[in-house]
Design a protein around this ligand. Structure first.
Ligand SMILES: C[S@@+](CC[C@H](N)C(=O)[O-])C[C@H]1O[C@@H](n2cnc3c(N)ncnc32)[C@H](O)[C@@H]1O
Length: 351
């Protein structure tokens, strides 16, 4: 058994480092090796040195190490459960510079690459995720879409502006709708026991933060959420006057398709409500009054509060709502200061 394991380790080292693996292994030592080879895919990845494969000059390209790591994991998992991998297929339906092909070649698996670009560096061009059929099926679909309009592909990286280019959507909502369509389409193209691995980053555009990974729909069993450090971004070299939290990570979301027909999914719903119209158990009189005072500029007379809150569902249920409002103001002296007869100010409001 031990002998077999050693053989397997040697095989993995050879795959990872090539024929010079013995010398490299000696230099790295066991701790370094543990972090670099085998099943050491963890929920955090960082590849400051991008590595070879694909084109590092193609804007928005990803490190081949990302595809390799997830491919290796899926292959290892299949082998662990005694599944056949002879027909294993990796599909990258938005393949850009062709990074996935390098990973597939490294692990000697069949790869299929598609892109809307009519003349991609490798794979099938002129393939439109919003219109064309996925002719093939796959065990792993590595899906790396544009991050909305952060990098425009058609018209800048290739050809002329294309209406179905995901980097040229009218709005973030339009982008999400098309992205979710792709998620469904690619999930249906998975074989049973397959995985959909989606690499996406959050974005800030015109000062607004959008979390693509948070907003997009989920399909299949959510198997892992990997955080990946971002390196060599154009934004790294820019300086900004307004304070904000820079985005330095992106995410690899891995979904498993456990069943041929049953599809687990979840969909995020965005909405908003006004606290003036709802009565929630978690919304106390205190914070309802506090927020109302904020709305009124930080200070108000009792009569103004009574008037403003008389139609609130809480008041509708309480015929003594005026007494309740008055009592609440006195019960929280750390938040409300009486400024004159029947007039209250929030402690943190600018006088
Ligand atoms: C982030 S890049 C992929 C980069 C790639 N992983 C690499 O390492 O080079 C996204 C790709 O999606 C392609 N794309 C955009 N809209 C598409 C569509 N509707 N159908 C197919 N590909 C599309 C773009 O042409 C671009 O090459």
């Amino acid at each position: 058994m031990k002998e077999l394991e050693i053989q397997r380790a040697a095989h993995l080292l050879e795959q990872e480092f090539g024929s010079n693996w013995r010398a490299i292994a000696e230099e790295l030592g066991t701790e370094g090796l543990r972090k670099r080879v085998g099943k050491d895919l963890t929920s955090f990845m960082a590849f400051p040195n991008r590595g070879n494969g694909g084109d590092s000059h193609w804007r928005g390209n990803c490190s081949p190490e990302v595809v390799s790591a997830v491919l290796r994991y899926v292959l290892d998992t299949k082998k662990y459960y005694g599944k056949d991998t002879s027909t294993f297929t990796l599909l990258d339906p938005m393949s850009g510079s062709g990074t996935s092909q390098y990973a597939a070649n490294k692990y000697q698996v069949r790869s299929l690459l598609y892109d809307l670009n009519p003349a991609p560096l490798c794979g099938r061009g002129n393939w439109n995720a919003l219109k064309n059929e996925v002719d093939d099926s796959a065990d792993l679909i590595f899906f790396h879409p544009p991050y909305h309009n952060i990098i425009k592909y058609s018209g800048t990286m290739w050809g002329s502006p294309h209406p179905d280019d995901l980097s040229r959507c009218e709005s973030y909502e339009d982008f999400l709708e098309k992205l979710n369509y792709c998620v469904r389409k690619f999930f249906f193209a998975l074989r049973k026991d397959g995985r959909l691995a989606i690499l996406v980053g959050d974005i800030r555009t015109k000062g607004k933060f959008y979390s693509i990974q948070h907003d997009m729909m989920r399909m299949g069993n959510f198997e892992s959420f990997l955080v990946k450090g971002q390196f060599n971004c154009v934004s790294d070299s820019q300086t900004y006057r307004k304070p904000f939290i820079p985005i330095v990570t992106e995410y690899l979301l891995v979904y498993h398709k456990p069943d041929a027909l049953m599809v687990p999914f979840s969909w995020k719903r965005n909405d908003q409500f006004s606290v003036t119209c709802v009565d929630l158990e978690s919304l106390t009189w205190h914070h309802l009054i506090r927020m109302t005072l904020e709305y009124m500029g930080g200070q108000a007379f009792l009569s103004e509060l009574y008037d403003f809150l008389k139609g609130h569902p809480k008041s509708q249920k309480n015929c003594h709502y005026q007494e309740r409002i008055r009592a609440t103001l006195y019960e929280h002296p750390s938040e409300y200061v009486p400024v004159s007869r029947g007039c209250f100010r929030l402690i943190y409001a600018v006088a």
